[in-house]
Design a protein around this ligand. Structure first.
Ligand SMILES: Cc1cc2nc3c(=O)[nH]c(=O)nc-3n(C[C@H](O)[C@H](O)[C@H](O)COP(=O)(O)O)c2cc1C
Length: 208
């Protein structure tokens, strides 16, 4: 069982990247979590895309397609998700098949503010709805006042948040294991990079 965790922040000392790593340590035995970076993903440009998929986009798409589940950890920028994350989701939505379509997906957020990124989570859910991801609804993991909650070793001092994170990662693991049972793969064919590269501009499941 493999989960890919994506942080919507690029900065080295990101609270959200720290949260992604903390979540990676809270999975059931036998589950492997790989924290992926959005570094290297260019700004979406249809002209650039028509020249071929940027390597960082194709690599992220492959990692997501090969994973049983995805965790997205988002910062809150002006009551929404970061532009970096929206940009990456826009690229991913254009791959065909779109690797997030039908994929069990959990979300979390961390912010130094009082509201912990809850408003960004609402926007993220809406966007993931457009990508046809299978977004888990509970528990909701919102880490507020996060600048003071990470220890030197990367662990989180907020015991309630840790408990909710553990439950969410367990739910994601269960949803990942259920995929075959609900025939997700039949509804959403597996991502094939070679095919996607050949298909070029054809749209994935995110199209409206
Ligand atoms: C452009 C910008 C807008 C922001 N808007 C919000 C906001 O609406 N709500 C909030 O809680 N924090 C906001 N913040 C503060 C971020 O939550 C904070 O910088 C956080 O550390 C970013 O996540 P990171 O640590 O993972 O990089 C904003 C920060 C920036 C740079």
């Amino acid at each position: 069982m493999r989960i890919v965790a994506i942080s919507g922040s690029l900065r080295a000392d990101s609270l959200n990247t720290r949260l992604a790593h903390a979540a990676a340590g809270l999975v059931p035995a036998g589950v492997e979590v790989e924290v992926a970076t959005l570094q290297g993903i260019p700004l979406y440009d249809e002209d650039l895309r028509s020249e071929g998929w940027p390597a960082a986009v194709a690599a992220l798409g492959e990692r997501i397609a090969d994973a049983d589940g995805v965790l997205i950890v988002t910062p809150e920028y002006n009551y929404s998700i970061s532009g970096v994350l929206k940009n990456a989701l826009d690229w991913l939505s254009r791959l065909n098949p779109a690797p997030l379509a039908g994929k069990p997906t959990a979300i979390m957020s961390a912010s130094p503010g009082m509201f912990g990124g809850v408003r960004a989570q609402d926007h993220l859910r809406q966007i993931l709805f457009g990508l046809d991801a299978r977004v888990l609804t509970r528990p909701q993991v919102i880490v507020n006042l996060a600048a003071d909650k990470f220890q030197e070793d990367g662990s989180l001092s907020d015991s309630m948040a840790v408990e909710l994170m553990r439950k969410l990662m367990e739910a994601l693991t269960r949803a990942g294991g259920d995929q075959d049972a609900i025939n997700v793969q039949q509804t959403h064919p597996r991502w094939e990079p070679a095919r996607a590269r050949a298909v070029g501009g054809i749209r994935g499941a995110g199209q409206v």
